[in-house]
Design a protein around this ligand. Structure first.
Ligand code: SAM
Length: 296
């Protein structure tokens, strides 16, 4: 956020595809750090009932602030906001998905991003700032024509644009998570610059909870030493399930082992507490993310 009048007044915020509200958390932190005076969430828009519950609990707001599906919102009904933020669904754009999304007529989740353009056309007073966020793959050749049209529409609506792929690990978060940010600004006279990252001094260990219920640990003392560098741990509930860990890789951080019975290459990776992780799958199954932590 540039250093201007918005930093001295209450910033009115509206979010779409709100999930659990990461942008709202960022506003809270900016306020706590004294970068902005205050902010007010005018509305959010989310359809997933668990996300909505979490959002309201995390941000201490009532569910009535949720406008529901963006497809049902009329721009003319929206209260004025200084800023809109929307990280539209990315499954159909991400490399991990089937890459069919974002086209006008694709009828995929990613085409929902265009709904924000529709609302910008319909709203009585347009927000000064709009932030769109998506996976880095949206900048690939497969989506370049559609992204160009998306940007053209924003320019026609009077916005000047700034975009960049940022990596969380460059901003002191121990996760290699590359995300595309498109910043649209109505005031042409604002000199916007992305802040350069300064790298990361943290590891997963800085984020892991110290007191964790035993049920979340996969192994105990049932292991075999394979050679000087490799240990095979058996799952404590199913000894046929094993995890091979490389000690050197564990010390260095990053991927340090493999869940040998896991069928999916991506979720078979085991990470060290001493490094970074890529974007983790959150599928809540036995194939969930695994991290090697050092016991007492
Ligand atoms: C990529 S996530 C965004 C996560 C969010 N930025 C956060 O901080 O948690 C996309 C979200 O869009 C929501 N979504 C999908 N279709 C929607 C719709 N029609 N209207 C509003 N939200 C929708 C999904 O439930 C999901 O939570």
């Amino acid at each position: 956020m540039p250093n201007n009048k918005y930093c001295e007044s209450t910033i009115k915020v509206g979010t779409f595809f709100s999930g659990i509200g990461a942008p709202e958390k960022a506003f809270q932190r900016l306020k706590e750090e004294g970068v902005i005076k205050d902010y007010k969430l005018e509305f959010f828009s989310e359809i997933d009932k668990n996300a909505i519950k979490s959002f309201c609990a995390i941000h201490n707001v009532d569910e009535t602030l949720n406008l529901g599906s963006i497809t049902d919102i009329k721009g003319t009904d929206l209260p004025y906001c200084d800023i809109w933020i929307g990280g539209f669904p990315c499954q159909d754009i991400s490399c991990a998905g089937r890459m069919r999304g974002f086209d006008f007529k694709s009828s995929t989740r990613s085409s929902l991003g265009w709904e924000m353009i529709r609302l910008l056309r319909e709203v009585k007073v347009k927000p000064k700032y709009v932030i769109f966020e998506n996976v880095a793959n949206i900048t690939s050749k497969a989506f370049s024509e559609t992204l160009k049209l998306f940007k053209q529409d924003l320019i026609e609506l009077g916005y000047s644009l700034h975009d960049k792929v940022l990596n969380a690990v460059d901003y002191d978060v121990p996760q290699t998570r590359r995300r595309y940010f498109l910043i649209a600004i109505l005031d042409n006279d604002i000199d916007f610059k992305f802040i350069d990252g300064k790298g990361c001094n943290k590891t997963l260990l800085d984020y892991l909870e110290k007191n964790v219920n035993e049920k979340y640990y996969l192994t105990d003392n049932n292991y075999e030493i394979i050679d000087d560098n490799n240990i095979l741990f058996h799952n404590k509930n199913n000894s046929n399930r094993t995890y091979e860990i490389n000690i050197n890789k564990y010390k260095n951080g990053g991927v340090c082992g493999v869940d040998k019975e896991c069928k999916f290459a991506q979720s078979s990776r085991v990470f060290s507490q001493n490094g970074y992780v890529p974007t983790l799958t959150a599928n809540n199954t036995a194939d969930n993310c695994k991290i090697v932590v050092e016991g007492d």
